[in-house]
Each structure stands twice: as structure tokens, then as C-alpha cells.
Write a protein that binds this ligand. Structure first.
Ligand code: HEC
Ligand code: HEC
Length: 798
């Protein structure tokens, strides 16, 4: 009697003395009577998709419920145990009891689950041969490494083999001896290995592997491993050959023991090993010098703000004031997920890198929207109190794409494959930490600031090594006990001081200074319990990028109680200011004031309201704001302009060097700010009071142009009430694109604010427009809802 059977009898006994309902839970067999039946596996798969997939994920990979692909189940791994888990559910968990399924149906499910375990079981298969010798052969004599990579080392033509060990040794051997072996014969609709061969109108014949394709475009990797984005208008002839690109003579070139060694090596590869991928030198890709000189290649959009200076401006001018009326949607990419899109894509040489819902990153053919790769990461830890389920984009440096996750991890992907290179767990989302915005890649560092200002975190800005993910420094945005500014916090209030660094900052490569905008103090509305200025909340900090040391700071709103994050773009411009050439820093702050600072020393030069504000009565000689008494949040509620949403917010403004004007989407609104004592609970929202709308007040919103020398408003263009969800983009063609929260993308004359063109995207917009060009054609992209659109002029337009 096997152990399983023994246990089965025991259960039967226990339950047979129990109630009648319980008896229905008992399996009539100890082992699956349908084991080995492929019909049962197929039936189980159908049932699984209907009843289980929503929780356990596609092919049992795990989602809300655990993965079912292992052969080791904590609630019991014998057939009879699985039967019980399914029939009676798992008490105290989300796993329901499936009492209405017949015994046969439960066994079919178990057959299916066991078929998933197959791959796990196979990866433990013992094979003879020397893996170390096999690895040498793989990258040497056998040339496998010229086409295949394992853990980021090797070529890109063939599939990545980092998980080859999950395939049966026999099948691997068969593939080497006969490349036309189909590795996945069960996959529906596949016709085995194939080669795509195209002839182009410039006389080339290209062979390679297909990555993606539609009627008008083809994305393929040629035999040298180079990604080609082809326009079918230039393809004369395309055909598939149903054979492999792998050489067919390994059986002759390699001895039996050599092949065995290679198989033994492949069997050691059981999934991407990030300890190995961080050791691989990955040359090439986007250089720091190119990002630094991004103005020289306006066809690309190399960094979140379009340039290091945070100008969010493009000199492209194919689309101009006289032809923009003909602009039309050229493609749309659907990126459905749990949240609407807020990212600004990065474009490098015809490839667009952007994020969908948090955890999803895609590389698209920027001309067609066709997907080149997609990376999707399941959030490891979910804070049920999360309030910012968004991601705003990536940074690219070298052949790496960097992004942050909601569970506070920073990740590097290989930009050529979308496969992970490293992942660092920066913090714990259960304490309220997360990442929502795009990192900034400077010469040899990845800079990213943490989100969590509404959760009483003490914030920070970090720098990481692009190659390994090692942390290089941290700047505490709430100074600790021995740090400068610590005494601007009452008692131990600094420990819950907020001041997140979540929005992407700017960088001056000539001065070699980072400028980072810092968010609201915590708790948002209760300034009483944290008396003092609360540095560096609601400030901009200038940091030395090699050490993270502060050079200077300027605080826009001391001891704020209005949620006036200073997390708005900081624009670095060199221009004449009152007759002098100066290095300036511009910011239209959430507190309703437009600021001009000298960015070499942080000196205040100008502060001027750009929307109605009722808290500030000018500035003293040091640039410190004179706060009108009685404007802080109070227990009875204090009416102040602007609202917590602010006069401006994090979406992109734009600086046009031709006019010297800054453009932005603004809101005119106020709020009744309420302070209320709130007990801090780790990982939960910590506001210290919530504001309310002013009864009867009507908010207005619009797009405006500001003279950046005087702060004077040059023009305003009204958009629908309280719809300031999007950002703007000024272009060399004299066209200002502006996205309104109500779903409209509009093109205005940047000189006058006159409407030239508009498009209703059909969904709320929470993103900013950007532009790029491929093969001389200019595109304008914007995300709305879960769709990313790209617009261009009709091909016939002159
Ligand atoms: C509503 C979500 C949900 C659905 C639907 C669901 N499960 Fe589960 N399942 C879970 C969770 C959560 C657990 C983990 C319980 C625990 O360990 O606390 C679980 C556990 C299990 C286990 C035990 C795994 C172990 O580690 O021992 C098995 C087996 C299982 N589920 C199979 C199924 C099958 C088969 C179906 C469909 C008929 C199904 N589940 C449907 C959520 C779900
Ligand atoms: C000239 C390039 C080239 C060389 C050299 C090459 N391969 Fe491949 N290999 C491919 C391509 C392309 C595919 C995908 C199409 C196919 O299945 O044939 C592939 C497929 C495979 C697969 C199946 C992977 C899957 O997920 O379907 C395995 C395993 C494999 N190769 C192993 C090897 C090994 C081991 C060597 C060296 C002995 C080798 N290859 C040499 C190009 C190459």
C-alpha cells in the first residue's frame, strides 16, 4: 500500500464518520484513474480555462493563486491530495470548493495539472556528459553561441536558450542532429521551424527569422542577428521555407560525446539566471554622448523629457502650421491592463520603448506599432492600499531598458530581446513605497526617485550602476538625524516625512548637476504635527551625480499643507534674462507660481502667479515666499487657491527655444483644505485630513504660453472644465500639441494659441504628446486610455 493510499483511507474513515456532505468530498480512487489519457488532459485543459485560469494563470503559471506547474504542492502532492484541494477548496484562502464538478472532471483537471508538471519534472532529468565542456563547445567549435544566447551571452538570431533545460534531453539531442525537429509539435497552428526570405527593391535578398509581421510591414532578424524593420512597399517577394536556419551537419562536425556534453550543458539552463546576466559585457546600443547631444538627432526621443534639459521640445518641422490640419492617425497599439497609460515613450532609431500597465514594457516598430517584444512581470507583492497604479515610462542606455515597478523594484531589460538582465528590490511596497515614473540614464548611472508621499514614507532619490544594478548612492529627501535640514522637522515627524522624488528630474551635462523635483511632506494636510520648513519637501534639489551630495536647494512651499508636490518638470534653459545670458531653471509649480532660478547657485530670480493663487504675498530678498497667514489647512477647512491638484501638475510642459516661451496645461481651481489628526499605520494612506471642493465653484482649465523672462501669460486656450489630464509639446513647425483630459489631442499655433487640428481619442488622457521621425516621416504619439496612438501626415502631403 502506497503512502498515498494509506492517507486516502484515513481521510475516507474520518469523513465517513462525519456528515453526509463531507462524504461527497472524498475521492473514490487514491490515484488518478484517468492518468495517461491525452483525452483527459485535453478535457482538463478546457475545464481549467473556464474555472481555474482566472486565478492560477495561463498554463498554471500562477496569478492570484499559486503556480500549478511544480510537482510539489504544499497542500499535498499525491493525486488524492490534489483531488481534495479541488473538491473541498482550501479553507481560509481564496481557493473555492468545486463541489459541482463530477469525479471524472476533477480527475481530468488533475491529468491536466500533471501534464504541466511534466516540464518541471523534465528539468530535473539526469543526463550524462560534461556541462563545462558543453558550454565551451556551445560558444566555440559548435558555433551555437553565434546564433543563440543563454543568460544574455551569445547571438540573437535563434531563440534564447536560457531555459533550454526544461526541454527533454532527447528532444534537445534530436534538434541538434536534425534541426528540422519541431520543438513544439503540440502548439496549434505552428508549422515547425521556418526561415523567411525576402527580396527588396534595392536588390537585396535577406534570409532570417521573423519577429513580427502585418500586411504592410515585416520585422525580422537577419542571419547576422540584426533586427530589420521592413516596409513591404519595398519588398518585391517574400517566402517562407519550412526548414531551420540551424546548420544540418552537427552530426558530422561533432562527436557523440561532444553532442552529449552540449546537451548536458543545455540541461543546466533552467531559466534566466540574473547572477549570470549581470556578468555579461553587453556592448553597443545608445551612448551617453548621443543622449547628451540629442538635439542633433531630432528624429529620436532619447529620454523621458526628450532631452536632459527637461524641455520636452522637438525641432522637427515636417508637421507645421500650414499642413497640420491634414494630420491623421497612422497606427494604434493596444496595451490593455489594470490602469490607463501615462507613459511618454522613448524612440531610438525607429524602435519605440514604452510601458503599458505597471510591469509591462514593450518595444514597437515606431513606424507601424508592430510589437518587437513584450516583457510582462507579475507584481510580486501587492499593497492593497496602492493608489498610483501607473507607470510613466523607461530610460534607455546602451543595450538596456530600465524601469521601476509598483512593488518598488528597479529592472533592466536587454533592449534587443526584452529579457531581464537584473532586478533590484529597492524597497517594500507594503510600507507604501513604489516606483511610477521613468528613471533617468546619465553617463554611468541610472537615477530614480521613490513614490509614496501619501503613505508617510521618508523619500529618497537613488543612483544605480546600469550594468549590475548595484546601488551607488542615495539622497535622503527627508534628512536623517545627522543630515542638513533635519532640524526643519518637529520631533520625530521626519520619520514619516514623505517628500517623494517620484517624477523624473533633469540634468545639466555641462555643469554636471542633477536637478530633482521633490513632492509633498507627509502627512499631506497636517502641517501642525511637523512644524518647520520640512526640507526637502516641495523643493528642487541640485545634486552632484557622482556622489548624490546636495549642492543647493530651493523650497517652493515651506511647511506645505496643500499637497503641492513640486514634482513638476524642471526646465534648464540658457537664455537672456534681463539683459544677461544666464543658465536658468524654470518651473511652473503646483502652488500656482511660475519660478525662474539661477541653476548655478539656486538663486531666486522670479516668482509670478500663472493661475489664481491666494496663499502667497511675494518673496523676501532671499526668495523665500511670504505666506499669507491663515492659509494652511485647518480643522474647520480653509479655502485656498490653487487646489491640491494644482495650477500645474506632473504632465509635460514644453519650452520653445524660438519664442523663449514655456507652454503648459493649467487648472484654475481652489479647495477647502481640511486638517485632521490621523494615526500613522504602516503601508496605508496617511493624509492628516482631506480637502473638499468649494461649493458652487467652477473650475476652468486650459493651455497657456508664458513668457519665461517675465512670467506674463502670452495667450490662453480654454479646454473643457477640469480636464487638465495631459501635457503639451512644442515643435519646430510652430505647432503646439496639447492633450486634454477629456480625450482630445489638439494642435494649436504656438504663437497665437489658435486651434489648427483636433482628434478625439475616445478615452481620458493622462499622458503627454511626444514626436519622432522614421525614414524622414514625422509622427506624433499620445496615449489615451489603454491605447497608444501615432499620427502623421498622409504620404502625399508636401
Ligand atoms: C478565486 C481564485 C481561485 C480559483 C477560481 C481556483 N483557485 Fe486553486 N487556489 C487558489 C489559491 C489562492 C490557492 C492557494 C491556497 C493556499 O495555499 O492558501 C489555491 C490552491 C490550489 C491548489 C493547491 C495547491 C497547493 O499548493 O497545494 C490546487 C491543486 C488548486 N488550487 C487547483 C485549482 C483548480 C484545479 C481550480 C479550478 C477548478 C482552482 N484551483 C480554482 C485560488 C483559486
Ligand atoms: C546559424 C544559426 C544557428 C546555429 C549555429 C545554431 N542554431 Fe539553434 N536555432 C537557430 C534558429 C533560427 C532556431 C529557431 C528556428 C528553429 O527551430 O529552427 C534554432 C532553434 C534551436 C533550438 C530550439 C529552441 C526552441 O525554443 O524552439 C535549440 C534547442 C537549438 N536551436 C539549439 C542549438 C544548439 C545546441 C546549437 C549548436 C550545436 C545550435 N542551436 C546552433 C539557429 C541556429
Amino acid at each position: 500500500m502506497s503512502l498515498g493510499t494509506e492517507r486516502f483511507l484515513l481521510i475516507a474513515l474520518v469523513f465517513s464518520t462525519g456528515c453526509i456532505v463531507a462524504q461527497e468530498h472524498i475521492a473514490t480512487h487514491a490515484i488518478n484513474p484517468l492518468a495517461g489519457s491525452s483525452v483527459a488532459v485535453a478535457a482538463g485543459q478546457r475545464l481549467y480555462r473556464q474555472a481555474c485560469q482566472a486565478c492560477h494563470g495561463g498554463e498554471g503559471r500562477g496569478d492570484r493563486g499559486p503556480a500549478l506547474t511544480t510537482s510539489n504542492f504544499p497542500h499535498g502532492s499525491e493525486d488524492v491530495d490534489l483531488f481534495r484541494s479541488i473538491r473541498t477548496g482550501i479553507a481560509g484562502s481564496e481557493m473555492p470548493a468545486f463541489q459541482k464538478l463530477t469525479d471524472d472532471q476533477v480527475w481530468q483537471l488533475i491529468s491536466y495539472i500533471r501534464s504541466l508538471n511534466g516540464s518541471a519534472a523534465r528539468s530535473n532529468e539526469v543526463v550524462s556528459g560534461d556541462p563545462a565542456e558543453g558550454e565551451k563547445l556551445f560558444y566555440g567549435k559548435a558555433t551555437c553561441g553565434s546564433c543563440h544566447a543563454a543568460n544574455a551571452k551569445g547571438g540573437l538570431l535563434g531563440p534564447d536558450l536560457s531555459a533550454a533545460g526544461k526541454t527533454a534531453a532527447q528532444l534537445l539531442r534530436a534538434k541538434i542532429l536534425n534541426p528540422n525537429t519541431d520543438m513544439n509539435p503540440r502548439a496549434r497552428g505552428r508549422r515547425g521551424p521556418s526561415v523567411v526570405v525576402v527580396r527588396t527593391d534595392d536588390g537585396r535578398e535577406i534570409r532570417g527569422a521573423r519577429r513580427s509581421e502585418d500586411t504592410y510591414s515585416l520585422q525580422m532578424t537577419d542571419t547576422a542577428g540584426k533586427l530589420l524593420l521592413l516596409d513591404k512597399a519595398h519588398i518585391l517577394d517574400e517566402r517562407y521555407e519550412f526548414n531551420s536556419l540551424m546548420p544540418g551537419d552537427f552530426g558530422k562536425r561533432l562527436s557523440q560525446p561532444e553532442i552529449q556534453n552540449i546537451v548536458a550543458y543545455l540541461k543546466t539552463l533552467n531559466g534566466r539566471d540574473l547572477a549570470k546576466t549581470t556578468q555579461v559585457d553587453i556592448p553597443g546600443g545608445l551612448t551617453y554622448e548621443r543622449i547628451r547631444n540629442s538635439a542633433a538627432e531630432p528624429q529620436n526621443w532619447l529620454t523621458y523629457w526628450g532631452d536632459y534639459q527637461g524641455r520636452h521640445y522637438s525641432s522637427l518641422k515636417q508637421i507645421n502650421t500650414s499642413n497640420v490640419a491634414q494630420l491623421q492617425a497612422r497606427w494604434a497599439a493596444q496595451l490593455p491592463g489594470q490602469s490607463s497609460l501615462e507613459a511618454t515613450p522613448v524612440v531610438v532609431d525607429g524602435i519605440m520603448y514604452t510601458t503599458g500597465s505597471p510591469g509591462t514594457v514593450v518595444a514597437l516598430d515606431a513606424r507601424t506599432g508592430q510589437q518587437i517584444w513584450r516583457y510582462q512581470r507579475q507584481q510580486k507583492v501587492v499593497n492593497p492600499y496602492e493608489i498610483n497604479p501607473f507607470n510613466r515610462g523607461v530610460a534607455v542606455l546602451g543595450n538596456r531598458v530600465f524601469f521601476g515597478t509598483l512593488d518598488a523594484a528597479l529592472i533592466a531589460l536587454d533592449s534587443r530581446t526584452g529579457l531581464p538582465l537584473w532586478e533590484v528590490q529597492v524597497d517594500d511596497t507594503m510600507k507604501g513605497y513604489s516606483f511610477t515614473s521613468a528613471p533617468l540614464a546619465i553617463k554611468d548611472k541610472i537615477i530614480i526617485g521613490i513614490t509614496g508621499g501619501e503613505f508617510g514614507i521618508p523619500g529618497y532619490v537613488d543612483a544605480y550602476d546600469p550594468a549590475t544594478g548595484k546601488r551607488l548612492w542615495r539622497f535622503n529627501t527627508v534628512p536623517g538625524p545627522s543630515e542638513f535640514g533635519h532640524d526643519t522637522w518637529l520631533g520625530d515627524s521626519w520619520m514619516r516625512g514623505g517628500a517623494p522624488g517620484w517624477l523624473t528630474g533633469s540634468y545639466d551635462p555641462d555643469l554636471d548637476v542633477l536637478y530633482w523635483p521633490i513632492g509633498n511632506p507627509g502627512p499631506d494636510s497636517d502641517a501642525e504635527i511637523r512644524k518647520g520648513d520640512n526640507l526637502f519637501s516641495c523643493s528642487v534639489v541640485a545634486l552632484d551625480p557622482s556622489t548624490g551630495q546636495r549642492k543647493w536647494h530651493y523650497q517652493f512651499t515651506p511647511n506645505d499643507s496643500h499637497d503641492w508636490d513640486a514634482t513638476e518638470d524642471v526646465l534648464l534653459v540658457n537664455r537672456v534674462f534681463h539683459g544677461q545670458n544666464r543658465k536658468l531653471l524654470l518651473q511652473a509649480d503646483r502652488n500656482g507660481i511660475f519660478y525662474v532660478l539661477d541653476r548655478t547657485n539656486g538663486k531666486f530670480l522670479l516668482g509670478k502667479s500663472f493661475v489664481r493663487q491666494t496663499w502667497n504675498d511675494g518673496f523676501d530678498e532671499n526668495g523665500r515666499p511670504k505666506i499669507i497667514p491663515g492659509t494652511a489647512a485647518s480643522p474647520e477647512g480653509t479655502v485656498v487657491y490653487p487646489s491640491g491638484g494644482g495650477g500645474n501638475n506632473w504632465r509635460s510642459p514644453s519650452y520653445d527655444p524660438a519664442s523663449g516661451w514655456m507652454y503648459l496645461v493649467f487648472t484654475e481651481s481652489g479647495e477647502r483644505y481640511v486638517r485632521q489628526f490621523e494615526e500613522y499605520e504602516i503601508g496605508r494612506e496617511y493624509w492628516g485630513g482631506r480637502g473638499t471642493r468649494i461649493p458652487g465653484a467652477v473650475d476652468t482649465a486650459g493651455v497657456m504660453a508664458l513668457d519665461s523672462e517675465t512670467g506674463d501669460v502670452k495667450w490662453r486656450y480654454k479646454i473643457s472644465q477640469a480636464s487638465s489630464g495631459g501635457g503639451v509639446l512644442a515643435t519646430g513647425g510652430g505647432v503646439l500639441f496639447a492633450a486634454a483630459g477629456d480625450g482630445n489631442l489638439v494642435a494649436l499655433d504656438s504663437k497665437t494659441g489658435t486651434l489648427l487640428w483636433r482628434f478625439q481619442t475616445g478615452s481620458r488622457i493622462g499622458a503627454s504628446p511626444m514626436t519622432y521621425a522614421v525614414d524622414g516621416k514625422q509622427f506624433v504619439a499620445i496615449s489615451a486610455g489603454s491605447v497608444l496612438y501615432s499620427f502623421a501626415l498622409p504620404d502625399s502631403t508636401k
